[in-house]
Design a protein around this ligand. Structure first.
Ligand SMILES: Cc1cc2nc3c(=O)[nH]c(=O)nc-3n(C[C@H](O)[C@H](O)[C@H](O)COP(=O)(O)OP(=O)(O)OC[C@H]3O[C@@H](n4cnc5c(N)ncnc54)[C@H](O)[C@@H]3O)c2cc1C
Ligand code: FES
Length: 508
């Protein structure tokens, strides 16, 4: 057995979790009856709960782990309406009016976060900054110029430039003025506290594993108590229900962030994102008197890449480009990418008017998730929002969605079958703190060797629809290659759509 743990760049922890204080909130211990039950304490769920309570509804917020333990606490925390060359893509496939609404929702999402921060006195280090999307490839100049022109025509604060404060030359860039950055976990903690003050029953450590449709809807937690509600909002990142088939209308992508401290005067003042693949998302964040450089990117489909080598490549790129001596922190996360590039926010299916979902934020769910919460809060109050049409959950936009839908679902089918006959390693080769899938066919096992050398055997079949999980050595998790389900080394659910842990297996 190899005895040395594998070295990786930096401690596995987000800057946000390292620099925010969180006190646990109580588990749901008895049945409740409310107007609105919100499931999921990320930016979408927490904002929806607060806005619904402000609108006069009685509200319960149920979070499986801790507020901010999902994607909302594990990102680069830019609040921006500039998401790559999105406006050209959206206008080309879905028309300029839809692209305009998309820009408007994101711009207003930024403003809504800023307003909530000042109204609720949340100290989350929010700062206004420009955000630039750049390319080092001269061949992309025309496309970037077109994006800047179109965005300006759509009413967005866009300019074309070649000037940046990056330590390398760029060929072209589009710049959006007056975007923002913040500390997402401090923001979420402030929102959750304000929601509680507004009367929301906020419960953590309360995983929801079932929803009985009806009027009222019954929301069941795994540990027993239930909530009866007139409306239920599933703000769980991806819905765990089969209804609506959201796991087949989007695909999960994981990406990674590395961070280290720079001295005064070092690092860029603006925020950046590259158009090239692999993308790099760059910004500084000042907290506790320290100046941190954050670089994100090296994404891949969840369960189908090696997190360890993604971190290594990201760390090497960051050291080389910015001269950063030490990578101190690393963290990873995933997001769901809808087939047509626009999130789904609305009723779970056309026949249901009191169970709501929000998913598919394409790694841009902070401002856009805040806009989504506005749509949801209006929806549960029986009102239509002007962005309802943009995020329509029942839409069919084959021109924009068909190619991605076919490709991603063919990929899922392939992984479902191919992973059952894949050649597997042996238990003896697993170093301490690592895992591997061993065995063959339906008997494949996910085996984890803890730091003390003890082996833990689990079924390798994901409890969602049975795909075979794989070990992500970068994050120390079991990741499902089909719809983004993730599990801790001992099998507990970290990310849906699965809601049940990997099944323990006897040794042998
Ligand atoms: C590397 C990376 C960087 C990113 N950077 C940015 C950025 O700079 N700007 C930006 O706008 N976006 C960014 N994003 C995307 C953004 O973080 C997400 O789009 C957004 O946080 C999604 O919010 P959410 O509330 O939908 O999901 P989440 O934050 O994941 O919240 C869902 C919550 O639901 C809980 N939950 C799940 N299932 C259940 C259940 N069954 N019962 C109870 N609770 C449950 C989870 O524990 C979780 O807390 C980034 C994404 C990645 C991967
Ligand atoms: S997440 Fe769907 S099969 Fe694993």
């Amino acid at each position: 057995m190899p005895t040395t743990p594998i070295q990786q760049p930096g401690k596995l922890a987000s800057l946000w979790h390292e620099t925010a204080s969180q006190s646990p909130r109580p588990r749901l211990e008895e049945d409740l009856r409310v107007d609105v039950a919100v499931v999921g304490g990320g930016i979408v769920g927490t904002t929806t709960a607060l806005l619904a309570a402000r609108g006069g509804a009685s509200v319960a917020l149920l979070e499986a782990r801790r507020v901010g333990s999902g994607a909302s606490g594990l990102n680069t925390a830019k609040l921006s309406s500039l998401h790559g060359l999105t406006y050209s893509t959206l206008a080309g496939s879905q028309g300029e009016e839809l692209a305009r609404l998309y820009g408007e929702a994101n711009q207003e999402g930024i403003e809504r976060v800023a307003t909530l921060c000042s109204e609720l006195s949340i100290d989350c280090e929010l700062q206004r900054k420009p955000h630039l999307v750049y390319s080092q490839d001269r061949g992309e100049r025309e496309a970037i110029e077109k994006e800047a022109d179109l965005a300006r025509r759509l009413g967005l604060p866009a300019t074309f430039t070649r000037e940046t404060d990056l330590p390398f030359e760029v060929a072209a860039a589009v710049e959006f003025a007056d975007q923002a950055e913040f500390h997402p976990l401090r923001y979420l903690e402030g929102l959750a506290d304000s929601a509680a003050e507004a009367g929301v029953a906020v419960h953590e450590d309360s995983l929801v594993d079932g929803v009985d449709f009806g009027d009222p809807v019954r929301v069941r937690t795994q540990h027993g108590p239930a909530v009866l509600a007139r409306h239920v909002v599933l703000a769980t990142h991806i819905p765990f229900l089969t209804r609506g088939l959201y796991f087949a209308r989007s695909h999960p992508e994981r990406s990674y962030v590395v961070a280290g401290r720079l001295a005064e005067g070092e690092g860029p003042a603006a925020m950046y994102l590259s158009t090239e693949s692999p993308t790099h998302s760059i910004r500084m964040h000042e907290t506790g008197g320290e100046r941190w450089l954050l670089v994100g990117g090296e994404g891949h489909k969840t369960g189908q890449g090696d997190g360890r080598s993604s971190y290594e490549r990201l760390a090497a790129w960051t050291r080389e480009r910015f001269g950063l001596e030490e990578i101190e922190l690393r963290w990873g996360s995933e997001d769901h990418i809808s087939a047509d590039g626009v999130p789904f926010v609305g009723p779970v299916d056309p026949g249901t008017s009191n169970v709501w979902v929000a998913t598919g934020f394409r790694k841009w769910g902070l401002a856009m998730g805040t806009a989504a919460a506005e749509v949801l809060a209006e929806g549960v109050a029986g009102r239509e929002h002007r962005w309802t049409r943009l995020f329509d959950t029942a839409r069919l936009r084959p021109r924009a969605a068909a190619a991605s839908f076919v490709k991603e679902n063919a990929n899922v089918g392939l992984r479902f079958l191919a992973d059952r006959v894949a050649k597997r390693g042996s238990v003896e080769d697993i170093p301490p703190g690592e895992g591997a899938v061993v065995g063959a066919g339906l008997g494949q096992r996910a085996v984890y060797r803890d730091e003390q050398g003890a082996l833990h055997h689990l079924s390798a079949r994901c409890t969602h629809l049975g795909c075979i999980v794989s070990w992500n050595g970068g994050d120390g998790t079991w990741d499902c290659p089909c719809h983004g389900g993730r599990f801790a080394p001992h099998g507990e659910v970290l990310e849906g759509p699965p809601v049940h842990p990997l099944e323990p297996k006897p040794r042998g």
